[in-house]
Write a protein that binds this ligand. Structure first.
Ligand SMILES: Nc1ncnc2c1ncn2[C@@H]1O[C@H](COP(=O)(O)OP(=O)(O)O)[C@@H](O)[C@H]1O
Ligand SMILES: [Mg+2]
Length: 286
């Protein structure tokens, strides 16, 4: 039976719940190996958080999935199709991307920046439908008051929210977001994550992969966690499965207490202290 299932999936005979699959992904910057044989799948309708320290390879991995970077080796398939076989319009209809830092200057109003997200869907001219989608997205993300302000005159956090809106208006199956809450104040971090979660819940077969630093935000909102450490994926599963004391010590070098999820509150990780490298010290003393 299993064999039949493998055969059937390989030949797309049965529809499965898989949106993205990454197989044996390798990437190096020159001599610096960054991703060493990464494997994971993203089911439809899931919010997935990618965690790991600075330089772990989170941004590099997202850029490989979005075809900004070409992997050394491996396969990336979206809905069972190799992403290299998609043309640019198909790629943009299927994957939207919010980069880690928005350096682009847009000397236009917020409404028009968000409208750029509709570009893959526009044939000849912008339709009423496109404008309506932009209006609804601005409303959804509580950005209506910004619609006719100049993008270049917004604060860093406001710009970040507009770039998120542009990606949402793109209405793709897979949203890739690289630290989308890094410039946001505490309340907006929660508001944005709630909205993304809502989008995934209510959208049709949509998923998001979000690189994020705050492990408590990840624990609260993610259905699944990918934990990157020393070029490899050392954890994949629910927040409860992956965010345990041992993994957090290994990856971040800190001790912590994990409070279990209750009926009213999500799980919580309380960071205690850095872990001193005892063994090294002992060796030095001896
Ligand atoms: N353009 C680049 N050229 C050379 N090395 C890079 C470049 N971008 C990133 N790197 C290196 O790749 C590694 C992973 O970086 P990155 O994917 O940005 O990590 P993260 O997003 O997890 O902080 C780091 O060692 C970083 O120095
Ligand atoms: Mg990064």
């Amino acid at each position: 039976m299993n064999n039949y299932k493998n055969y059937a999936q390989n030949y797309s005979i049965i529809d499965n719940d898989e949106l993205l699959s990454v197989e044996n992904l390798h990437f190096s910057w020159g001599e610096n190996k960054v991703l060493n044989g990464i494997n994971f799948t993203i089911p439809k309708n899931e919010l997935v958080a990618v965690l790991g320290i600075n330089g772990a390879g989170k941004s590099t991995m997202l850029k490989c999935v979005n075809r900004i970077l070409k992997p050394e080796k491996g396969f990336i398939k979206l809905l069972n199709k190799d992403i290299n076989d998609l043309n640019l319009v198909e790629l943009a209809k299927n994957i939207s991307y919010v980069p880690q830092s928005v350096l682009t200057q847009f000397s236009m109003d917020v409404f028009d920046v968000v409208l750029l997200g509709r570009r893959p869907h526009i044939n000849w001219r912008v339709s009423e439908n496109d404008r309506e989608i932009v209006s609804n997205t601005l409303k959804f993300l509580k950005l209506e008051d910004f619609a006719f302000r100049s993008f270049n005159k917004l604060s860093g956090g406001e710009r970040q929210r507009v770039i998120i809106a542009k990606a949402v208006a793109q209405d793709s199956k897979l949203l890739l977001m690289d630290e989308p809450t890094s410039d946001l104040d505490l309340k907006n971090q929660i508001v944005v994550m709630k909205n993304i979660k809502k989008l995934i819940r209510e959208g049709k077969d949509k998923s998001a992969i979000i690189a994020i630093h705050d492990i408590n935000i990840a624990a609260r909102f993610a259905d699944r966690i990918l934990l990157l450490h020393q070029n490899e994926l050392i954890g994949e599963g629910t927040p409860e499965e992956v965010l345990n004391e041992e993994n957090i010590a290994t990856v971040y070098g800190v001790s912590c207490v994990v409070e279990k999820r209750t009926e009213y509150e999500s799980m919580r990780i309380i960071i205690k202290d850095e872990i001193k490298q005892k063994n090294k010290r002992k060796e030095e003393e001896e």
